[in-house]
Write a protein that binds this ligand. Structure first.
Ligand code: SF4
Ligand code: SF4
Length: 366
């Protein structure tokens, strides 16, 4: 296993960590929790020492399964992270609500302290500020009592907003989505975090499964290696100097093996160099929406990134309609609400023909 230092702490964490939101669904439903826990133990045996969990994952059983496994291991042989935000507190901003949530995580995980506690799922700067105002003091209090080692946040903001959050100097690290599809828009954020001595953990390294589902399109990631596309996509993320841990969602032991294989003999490089190398190979992902969210100023309230993400599937030979209906659960016909003002196209970082694509999508509803 390849290990990296977590920001300016003395923690040595594995370059791949285990994301625990993908325990086997059937086992979770049937309450075969010990079977799920075996994957955690296997990951630990293979050298993975960073485990990311949260309330609500896997029918709210992820913390329980993870604790079932970790409690069998020496406490100083792993790092565990969990999460909280206002929504998990049912918008109750009281200290008691925060403490109940934290204590429940500690109890389920069977630990006296969390190594990392995330201010969870911050979507934009307004939300970041509001949640900091409401909860940060409680985080600090819990830290001073030794219940939390590091206060961190998780976010889907794009690069410049991430840099603003980083500049508050209130967090030891952050968890963000970063992969071969969206790296251009988060790169400045990870560089800013790294420069400030923060740890950077990455979720969604496979682009929501889009990368391995389209192996031909992403074959370029494997060039010069004998890795699969999924392994190479994980390696792409882990090889960034600025990224500390790439999280792999592991359902089976084979997924753990894949993750370990992805970081064998890892060579770290600065993000700028990696991006230049891939772009010099003539990789053209210019037609794809990257999910950066810059276009979200629609006067008709159309959630454009979701529609454009679904159009990605069409470009990649899959069904845009199925993506909208089954994954995003938004009405296909609502694409027809577009009045063609082109505000979004002026903002689109990929210069996509959004209006035309929405028209095509609306026609799919018929
Ligand atoms: S062109 Fe259509 S989708 Fe874009 S902002 Fe205007 S109404 Fe919204
Ligand atoms: S449509 Fe353009 S601006 Fe909107 S999320 Fe996609 S790439 Fe970003």
């Amino acid at each position: 296993m390849y290990y990296k230092q977590y920001g300016n702490t003395s923690m040595k964490v594995s370059a791949v960590g285990m994301g625990t939101m993908r325990y086997d669904e059937e086992d979770i439903r049937a309450n075969r929790l010990e079977k799920c826990a075996e994957v955690v133990l296997y990951a630990h045996e293979k050298g993975i020492n960073y485990f990311d969990t949260a309330p609500l994952y896997c029918d709210d059983k992820s913390e329980i399964v993870t604790g079932m496994a970790l409690s069998q291991l020496p406490r100083d042989s792993y790092y565990v992270a969990s999460k909280v935000n206002l929504s998990t507190l049912n918008n109750d901003t009281s200290r008691d609500a925060f403490r109940r949530r934290l204590e429940e995580s500690l109890t389920r995980l069977k630990v006296d302290y969390l190594d990392f506690y995330h201010l969870w799922c911050v979507l934009n700067l307004d939300m970041f500020e509001a949640q900091c105002d409401a909860l940060y003091g409680f985080f600090e209090e819990a830290k001073s009592e030794g219940l939390i080692r590091n206060i961190v946040f998780s976010s889907h903001m794009q690069g410049d907003d991430l840099s603003t959050a980083v500049a508050t100097d209130r967090f030891k690290g952050m968890l963000i989505g970063y992969n071969a599809l969206n790296y251009r828009f988060r790169q400045s954020g990870i560089e800013a975090a790294h420069a400030r001595g923060m740890g950077v953990v990455v979720m969604n390294p496979l682009g929501g499964g889009l990368i391995p589902r389209n192996p031909q399109m992403f074959q370029y990631l494997t060039e010069g290696t004998d890795l699969t596309v999924a392994q190479a996509a994980l390696r792409f993320v882990a090889s960034h100097q600025e990224i500390t841990v790439a999280l792999a969602g592991c359902t089976k032991k084979e997924h753990v093996d894949d993750a370990c294989r992805a970081v064998e003999n890892l060579q770290e490089k600065p993000a700028r160099q990696i991006v230049a190398e891939y772009e010099n190979r003539g990789v053209a992902l210019n037609d794809l929406c990257t999910g950066c969210g810059y276009c979200k100023k629609c006067p008709k309230g159309i959630d454009i990134p979701k529609y454009m993400d679904s159009y990605n599937e069409k470009i990649l030979g899959n069904s845009a309609k199925a993506r909208l209906e089954n994954h995003w659960r938004v009405p296909v016909a609502a694409a027809g609400d577009c009045i063609g003002c082109k505000t979004c196209e002026r903002l689109c970082t990929q210069h996509l023909p959004i209006v035309e694509r929405l028209r095509e999508i609306a026609a799919m509803a018929e």
